[in-house]
Each structure stands twice: as structure tokens, then as C-alpha cells.
Design a protein around this ligand. Structure first.
Ligand code: ADP
Ligand code: MG
Length: 677
């Protein structure tokens, strides 16, 4: 929009421009969009209304020259007296020696700080010379660094407006501004820097929250549309009757949520566009059952299907359960890293000649030497581990199958529609009937003897347990030491017939798999582990999960760990050993004991931790917004999503004159070709 360099603004020379550049401010537009990160409000009240020990702002005349006293190293105290409503108020300012020169007897000043009603004294945190401009004088506070001061930045913004405000253009269509009663861009922009009132500021913020969300959603949906249309021609003509009959022969009836998700997926499969869909559902909600039906559908369309999972153990488990489920209906093969030599060659040939209908495996199944004859559908379990890279490999082999990602990590709806805006999302938010809820308890460490006794009792009944060991912040090494110590402790505590196993991230893959196999075969009854068991392990006979230092985990991670039990038909238990100090920690423990609904938990987690944390540092799928907050402003997010859909699906950018400025903005700021591989 206003691409001129900031040096075009009166009063900004090379020095100031250099300082601004360190804040990534280069153009006039950058400057005008560098919003304050907070506002100080000087709301003048009569002395009689000020509250002891609370924040207060007063306006008065300096009576005596300030006196400055130094103490300690580099510390100073500036004291002076101010006449406020004819009362002598003492003002104290710490470490602002420079203010002595600025404040002279007779000056009018506005002071903000903490009020001491007994001493008639104000400990000043902010001041400005002169009277407050209005009863509610709101001052922008920018985040600055180096030689830049708040004052200089504010002045620069002011001058920026003076010289360039005539170039600020509206980009939002009038119909939305009117519908949501949002202020015009120019007004809103000015208000963000120089708010006349709290109310005006609120509306300006509301406008930019909506604008940020809408622009983001538009980008995502344009991307999605382009991706879809780039892949015309892969409709799968599956046989409806056969699929229905297959469903009717399952040993259970699908839940409503399963049916709905299935319909959405099948619709994508028969459409000419490539599917890019995320299927979310708690552990045990029946995702794999849905996946199996879709794989079956693909076969009836004379296509091949692939199911890709993160570990070999899981691949074997899925291979077995699918083989049982399909019987003679499909030819299924298992392809993992440990399938080698002649056997591997045989399987590769079957895949290439389409003598195999379904391939179950790890990443090995898209390796260089694997060629599918006619791959229609790829299902990826645990979506984090499959990405653009895998997609590209398939593409290079001339394959562009429908892809369904399945995840048991419940991502809050608010985040899902933002971060995965270019994906379609199906949700299974309902459990099959008759499932036993995992009983969850919160205990202190001094109850350990009782807890270990409880575990022993269940082991004597033929069941098994996990113990997740204490967590030491930022030290993988110490965590492992902890696991080792705990392992020895438990071995000593229990009689020899109860076998304890140890699992942690430093073990080699084969060692890990070996231990998991022993645990799955009940040759080990108690598995001590760091958090590495989190993903995809399925041992239905394990009924107790003990988690040390539970307060150090996020809710979603606790839920994920808890999901390792409750997989069979026996009652399962989760015991959280925690002694949280803060309220947030206690709240987390309470929530865990009260609900087993993953989506509820992840919404709570999001509230407690914020979206950045939620995604973790690496997976920063969470976009950054300047004004908007995905958690607090989720209503605006939903509205923006809906509007973006209307705009893209309705082709409004091209057809409606009201949308012309928005279209130009998008063309200038977002290059589609960058995003396509
Ligand atoms: P997920 O993949 O989401 O963890 P699964 O599909 O493996 O869940 O289902 C867990 C268990 O529940 C399996 O034993 C499956 O056979 C069973 N199951 C799936 N859907 C239903 C249903 N609608 N009613 C009863 N049992 C079901
Ligand atoms: Mg399709």
C-alpha cells in the first residue's frame, strides 16, 4: 500500500531510519502498522476518590525543585512536592535521575503511580509534563530498543500520518464494515496509535482483529482452492452398494460422528479433486474403523490403498486387525523396514502389479523402490509425521492420491480452522457406547506406597501398568537418569515374579521395539518410561497409568499419555502424582480428574497456555497475529472464516466491485506461486 521508505517522512533521517529498521520498520506502511503493545491511561480523579495502595493519576503544579539522592550502585530517588487541589502531595520517582532537569518549580505535571493515602504520597511510574489532554488521556506505549525511545517513535508515527494519511485506503468491503459496525481503515489506524477513548480503541482493535483473520483465511482458502483445482481428475468411482454391505457386516453400528465423517470423506473421494483432509478423534473413537471402510471403498473403485503409521509395532497391529476385518475381501500386505530380501522383493512386485490392494507400513512404504500400480487413497495415522516431503515423493512417482490424515491429538476447533485452513477437517467427537471411562485420580507423592500396592493388586489379576517417570526441565539426560533410578527402585520394591521394564529415548530403535514387544506379550508387567510411549502404543491389557510430576505436563500431553490405558474392556485407571504450587497447576489436575473428553481438555489447555505453546516451538503451525488472539477472539475467527469462504466460493473478488481493493491487496501481498510446489 504505502510502500514509500520511512525517510520520506519529514523528520526521519538516516539515524532514526536505522533505529527503526532494527524493529523491522522500513516503509511508511510498516511504521503505521507498528502498533503500541500497551496503553497507559491517565484518568484524573479527585484526591478524595483515590484508593490506598492502588494505581492513581493526579495532575498538579510542582512546588519545590526536585531533590535527587543516590544510593547503592546506580540507584537514585527523586523527590518533589506537587500541589494537587491545594493539597501538598509528595512524589517519589526511582532511578529517573534525568527527570530532575525536566521538572522545574511551577511546572504543571501529570503523574501516574501507586497511591499511599496515609502519607499523601505517590510512587510515580509514569509522568508527563503538562496537563492531561482530556479526562481520559490514553498514551501509547511501544516496544522499543536501542536508541529509540517511546517519544521518538510516537513522533515518527505522528509525522507519518501527517505526510501520508491521504494514501491510506480501505481494503475491506463496505458490506462487512457495515454489518459488523467496524471503523474505516484510516480512522482505525489513527485510533490504534492515538485513541481518543477506550471505546474508540476497542472498535479499532475489533476492526484489525477481523482484518487479520479475514486476510489470513482468504490466503488459506485461496491456497486450498488452487491445490484442489490443480488435481482435477482423480475421482474414485467406488461401488456404493458394496460399501454399504461391508458396513452392515461390521460387528458394530457406526456412531453418528463416525457416519458423518465417513460421508465427508467418501464425498471427497468421489469428487474429481484430490482430498486433503484431517480426521480428528480421541483414542478409541473409531477412526481406524472409518479408515478401513474408506480403504474398502477405494478397492471397489479398482484402486490401491495405503495405511501409513509411525512405528513398526503399530504397522503390525494394524496389519493384523485389517486382515481379520477384510478376510477375503482384500489382499493386504505389510511393508516395513524389517521386511527384507526375497520377501520384500515379492511384496514390491505384488504392489507394482496391483496384486496387493492394501499396503500397511511405516514410511518404508513410500520409499524409492516402491511403485504402486494405481494408488487411490493414502491414510496417514498421526498426522505430525507426514508432510509436504512425503507428498512430493509420491508426486514424483506420478501419484497424487487422496490423502486422509488421522490424529488422536485433539486440536481445538479454533486452532484447527486457523492452522489447518488449507485442509478440510472431520471430527469424531463421540465415543462408541459402552466404553468404560478411565478413572483418574490426583495424588501426592507421600501416597506412593498405597499407589504401588494398588498396581500390584491389578498385576496379580493379570493386568499391566505404565509408570511415567519424573521430568527434569530441559534435561533429557537427567530424565533418563531418573527413569533408570525409578526402574531400580521398582525392581527392588516388587517381588521377582513381577517384571519391570525400562524405556527411554536414548535406546536404539531395536531395543525399544524389543521392550514394547515384551510388554505387549505380558512378559513385562510394569513399564517404566519417559514420555516416549506417548505415540500410538496399544497394549489393551495395560490398565494403570501412573504419571510422576504431572503438573509439568500440558493437559493435552497428559491426555495423550492417559490414552495408553483404557484400550481393552477392563476398567482402567490413571494416577497423577503432582504437587502443583500455582493455581494453574491445580486447575489442570482438577480438569484431568473431571473429564476424559480430549476436545474439552484441549480447549482448556489452550486457555491455560496460549496457542504458541500449544503447537510447541518446532511445529509452529500457529500463525502470528499482531492484534488478534486466536483464543479470545475465536468468534471473530469463525466469522472471518465464513466470510472468506463466501468470498472465495462465490468468486466475489473477481465479480464484485466492492471487493476490488481487497483483491489488489491480496495480489500485492500474497504470491500464490510461492506456495505451490
Ligand atoms: P481409533 O482408531 O480412533 O483409536 P478404533 O477404530 O481402533 O479407534 O476403535 C477402537 C475399538 O472400538 C476397536 O476395537 C473397534 O473395533 C471398536 N469400534 C469402532 N467403532 C465402533 C462402534 N461404532 N461401536 C462399537 N465399537 C467400535
Ligand atoms: Mg478425490
Amino acid at each position: 500500500m504505502i510502500g514509500e521508505y520511512i525517510t520520506e517522512i519529514k523528520g526521519i533521517g538516516d539515524k532514526l531510519a536505522g533505529d527503526l529498521a532494527s524493529l523491522n520498520i522500513y516503509t511508511v506502511e510498516d511504521l503505521l502498522h507498528y502498533f503500541p503493545n500497551r496503553y497507559d491511561q491517565y484518568e484524573i480523579k479527585p484526591l478524595s476518590e483515590l484508593v490506598h495502595e492502588e494505581k492513581a493519576t493526579v495532575e498538579g503544579r510542582v512546588i519545590h525543585e526536585p531533590s535527587l539522592a543516590f544510593y547503592g550502585r546506580k540507584k537514585s530517588r527523586l523527590t518533589f512536592t506537587v500541589d494537587v487541589e491545594n493539597v501538598a502531595v509528595k512524589a517519589v520517582m526511582f532511578n529517573r535521575a534525568f527527570a530532575k532537569k525536566q521538572l522545574k518549580a511551577g511546572d504543571i505535571v501529570t503523574l501516574a503511580g501507586k497511591w499511599d493515602a496515609h502519607r499523601l504520597q505517590l510512587t510515580v511510574s509514569n509522568y508527563k509534563k503538562g496537563a492531561a489532554e482530556t479526562q481520559q488521556d490514553i498514551q501509547p506505549i511501544y516496544s522499543v530498543k536501542g536508541d529509540l525511545t517511546n517519544y521518538k517513535l510516537k513522533k515518527a508515527v505522528e509525522n507519518g500520518f501527517k505526510d501520508f494519511s491521504h494514501l491510506i485506503q480501505e481494503i475491506l468491503p463496505q458490506r462487512y464494515l457495515q454489518a459488523y459496525k467496524l471503523p474505516e481503515r484510516k480512522t482505525a489506524l489513527y485510533t490504534m496509535h492515538f485513541p481518543a477513548s477506550r471505546t474508540a480503541l476497542k472498535h479499532a482493535r475489533r476492526r484489525f482483529i477481523y482484518e487479520e483473520f479475514l486476510l489470513f483465511q482468504l490466503k488459506m482458502q485461496m491456497l486450498r482452492k488452487i491445490q484442489r483445482e490443480a488435481t482435477r481428475g482423480n475421482a474414485q468411482h467406488y461401488l456404493e452398494e458394496k460399501v454399504t454391505s461391508f458396513m452392515n457386516h461390521l460387528p458394530f453400528t457406526l456412531t453418528g460422528a463416525q457416519k458423518k465423517s465417513l460421508e465427508q470423506i467418501l464425498k471427497d473421494m468421489r469428487s474429481p479433486y484430490r482430498m486433503n483432509r484431517l480426521l480428528q478423534g480421541d483414542v478409541g473413537s473409531g477412526k481406524t474403523a472409518v479408515a478401513a471402510i474408506c480403504l474398502f471403498a477405494a478397492i471397489t473403485a479398482s484402486k490401491q490403498g495405503a495405511l501409513m503409521v509411525p512405528t513398526e509395532i503399530l504397522a503390525e497391529q494394524h496389519y493384523e486387525s485389517l486382515s481379520e476385518l477384510f478376510g477375503d475381501d482384500a489382499r493386504i500386505v505389510l511393508l516395513t523396514g524389517s521386511v527384507k530380501g526375497k520377501k520384500r522383493k515379492e511384496i514390491l512386485e505384488q504392489i507394482e502389479k496391483q496384486e496387493a490392494d492394501i499396503v500397511v507400513g511405516t514410511h518404508a512404504l513410500i520409499q524409492n523402490d516402491v511403485f504402486f500400480q494405481n494408488l487411490g487413497l493414502v491414510i496417514v495415522d498421526e498426522q505430525h509425521r507426514f508432510g509436504v516431503e512425503q507428498r512430493r515423493i509420491l508426486k514424483e512417482k506420478g501419484l497424487d492420491p487422496d490423502v486422509l490424515f488421522m490424529t488422536a491429538t485433539p486440536i481445538p476447533r479454533t486452532l484447527a480452522i486457523t492452522a489447518f485452513g488449507d485442509m478440510d477437517v472431520s471430527v469424531i467427537d463421540e465415543m462408541p457406547v459402552g466404553r468404560k471411562e478411565i478413572e483418574t485420580y490426583w495424588a501426592k507423592e507421600n501416597m506412593l506406597d498405597r499407589i504401588l500396592g494398588f498396581v500390584e493388586k491389578h498385576i496379580r489379576q493379570g493386568e499391566q501398568a505404565y509408570v511415567i517417570c519424573p521430568l527434569i526441565e530441559e534435561s533429557d539426560k537427567l530424565d533418563i537418569q531418573n527413569a533408570v533410578d525409578l526402574y531400580h527402585q521398582l525392581e527392588e520394591f516388587y517381588p521377582p515374579e513381577i517384571k519391570v521394564g525400562l524405556m527411554h529415548g536414548r535406546l536404539r530403535t531395536e531395543e525399544k521395539e524389543d521392550i514394547m514387544k515384551k510388554f505387549a506379550a505380558n512378559e513385562i508387567q510394569i513399564l517404566v518410561s519417559t514420555t516416549v510411549v506417548e505415540v500410538g502404543v496399544n497394549v489393551p491389557n495395560a490398565t494403570t497409568m501412573i504419571i510422576y510430576d504431572a503438573e509439568r505436563f500440558g493437559l493435552s500431553q497428559l491426555h495423550q499419555l492417559r490414552g495408553r490405558v483404557g484400550r481393552g474392556d477392563k476398567q482402567s485407571y490413571c494416577i497423577l502424582i503432582a504437587d502443583p504450587k500455582g493455581e494453574t497447576g491445580k486447575e489442570r489436575m482438577r480438569i484431568m480428574t473431571e473429564t476424559t473428553n480430549g476436545f474439552e481438555l484441549s480447549e482448556e489447555d489452550l486457555k491455560l497456555r496460549g496457542p504458541g505453546d500449544f503447537f510447541g516451538k518446532k511445529q509452529s503451525g500457529a500463525p502470528e497475529f499482531k492484534v488478534a488472539d486466536m483464543v479470545h477472539d475465536y468468534r471473530a475467527l469463525e466469522t472471518a472464516r465464513k466470510d472468506a469462504e463466501e468470498i472465495i466460493e462465490g468468486g466475489l473478488l473477481d465479480q464484485d466491485i466492492d471487493f476490488q481493493p481487497l483483491k489488489s491487496w491480496l495480489e500485492e501481498h500474497f504470491s500464490m506461486t510461492d506456495k505451490l510446489d
